[in-house]
Design a binder for this molecule. Structure first.
Ligand code: FES
Ligand SMILES: [Fe+2]
Length: 339
């Protein structure tokens, strides 16, 4: 199930300071340009990454690829009607075909020219197609981890576009002060933020604000950030024997523009070895994932009011309680070119 996407964020009248904002570069890393289920065999999709188009395609045998958009013959855009013939992406203009290593391998009426198209490195993890992006086109220096057990993928998703740099969105994970103010939740427990190279780990126990009855509800949230692109929140429900996965994927699409792709999935903590039981549980998992997505979208809309109107503060005046933000900013530096 895919909820209808929001239209692009309107440019806010409060953004008069926009042009004076210090510009952050695009970070290196893995970015989820699509859900795996969108890219069916033979399909071609165009997505935006770091102010450039990237064309995704899936061959008939099921492998996903990402290619730069322009054909070396006469410059047609592969996303404007390109097709996949077997394992070969084909240009919509004169039907030159390319191999998945980039070489032009055939034309309809003669030998192919010595030409090639550059491909991006792609990984598929937990139902997402992720593309590696680096400022100097160098190969990946780290891998996208599995963010849920094998076979657990999103069953619901929603996406929108935000008027802010990607770093501002991921910073939210370490901004504890905004949780009670913006999201109306009580923080019951905080584990210190821990970095492991390109991965950042933390966990929080949160509950709703309100009367004492509500305060009995406390829910552990385990966060894993893999670069700035992938945030996975694991939410166990031990009394129901379930665990919910919430993925918040950030994609830097243009200057101060970030696409936010949220998705949810649900699984049994102890998966049943019997296929029939697993099948019967599936509708329950889908319904829970869907209701979690609605809740998460509701929460993120509160953040959007701030993100779409704020400016980036390169030297924030942090105070006690903001330690994790300082830690995050230091960690985030590894994804930019050394200055
Ligand atoms: S422009 Fe692509 S085949 Fe001619
Ligand atoms: Fe938030």
């Amino acid at each position: 199930m895919t909820m209808r996407e929001d239209s692009p964020a309107p440019r806010s009248p409060h953004r008069a300071a926009d042009d004076r904002d210090p510009e952050l570069p695009y970070p290196n890393g893995w970015f989820a340009l699509a859900r795996s289920r969108e890219l069916t065999p033979g399909r071609v999709l165009t997505r935006r990454l770091a102010d450039e188009d990237v064309v995704l395609y899936r061959t008939r045998d099921g492998s996903a690829y990402a290619v730069q958009p322009y054909c070396p013959h006469l410059g047609a855009h592969f996303g404007a009607g390109g097709t996949v013939e077997g394992r070969n992406p084909m240009c919509p203009f004169h039907r030159f075909a390319f191999a998945t290593d980039g070489a032009c391998v055939s034309t309809p009426d003669g030998p192919p020219p010595r030409a090639r198209v550059d491909h991006h490195t792609v990984r598929e993890r937990n139902g997402f197609v992720l593309v590696w992006r680096s400022h100097d086109s160098s190969p990946p220096t780290w891998e996208v981890p599995d963010t849920a057990p094998a076979g657990v993928t999103p069953t619901a998703s929603w996406a929108t576009n935000i008027h802010a740099h990607i770093q501002e969105l991921t910073e939210n994970t370490t901004d504890l002060r905004h949780l009670p103010v913006v999201h109306k939740v009580t923080i019951w427990k905080v584990d210190p933020v821990r970095a492991d190279g390109p991965y950042l780990h933390t966990s929080l126990r949160l509950g709703p604000d309100g009367p004492s009855l509500l305060r009995k509800i406390q829910w552990d949230h385990t966060f894993l950030l893999a670069g700035m692109g992938c945030l996975r929140i694991e939410l166990p429900l031990p009394t129901l024997g379930l665990v919910i996965y919430l993925w918040v994927m950030h994609i830097p699409t243009g200057p101060r523009r970030t696409r936010l792709l949220m998705a949810t999935g649900c699984a049994d903590i102890q998966p049943s070895p019997h296929a029939r039981t697993a099948l019967l549980r599936y509708p329950v998992h889908r319904a829970i994932a869907r209701s979690m997505l609605w809740t998460a979208v509701h929460k993120v809309r509160d953040d959007m009011r701030i993100w779409n109107t704020k400016r980036y503060e390169p030297r924030p005046r942090l105070t006690s309680g903001d330690d994790a933000i300082g830690f995050y900013r230091h960690w985030a530096r590894q994804f930019y070119p050394a200055s």
